[in-house]
Design a protein around this ligand. Structure first.
Ligand code: FES
Length: 160
């Protein structure tokens, strides 16, 4: 009985897919359908950038964003539990999005920090030579697999 139901369901799916393909083909032509489908799928896979946030206690939080997102976007969009992170929502007034990069990753970042970011970094706790503000880092495909250290303490510069 199970085998018969499986065959029936498979036949229904095949018929439904054929109907859908024919329906779309009558509107856009069969070539357009397959091009649109495969291009959309390819772009989506290429846009994903995996990021791991490492807390001071060693806990690793795996997350992901897409090309063009900031590291603040990744934290917000994935509800990454980093207490107080991104308090000013990326307006460069708090320094709570302070992150520490590994040296090779830091050197590969496409942009150097501007004066405003450097001023904010001066107010961050646990500052290192490879510190950046997460709201100022825009993801590129080359950053896939990035690991960033989250300082143990944060300083909200607006509270000073
Ligand atoms: S979120 Fe406030 S400086 Fe980055």
């Amino acid at each position: 009985m199970l085998v018969i139901n499986t065959i029936r369901n498979s036949a229904r799916l095949t018929l439904r897919n054929a109907w859908l393909r024919n329906s779309l083909a009558s509107r856009t032509g069969p070539t357009n359908f397959s091009r649109t489908f495969s291009l959309g799928l390819t772009l989506r896979q290429q846009d994903v950038v995996n990021v791991t946030f490492v807390r001071a206690n060693g806990e690793r939080i795996k997350s992901s964003g897409k090309v063009g997102d900031s590291l603040l976007d990744v934290v917000v969009n994935n509800n990454v539990d980093l207490d107080g992170f991104g308090a000013c929502e990326g307006t460069l007034t708090c320094s709570t999005c302070h992150l520490i990069f590994k040296v090779p990753d830091y050197e590969k970042l496409p942009d150097k920090p501007g004066d405003e970011e450097l001023d904010m970094l001066d107010l961050a706790y646990e500052l290192t030579d490879t510190s950046r503000l997460g709201c100022q880092i825009t993801l590129t495909k080359e950053m896939d697999g990035l690991e960033v250290q989250v300082p143990a303490t944060i300083n909200d510069a607006r509270a000073a």
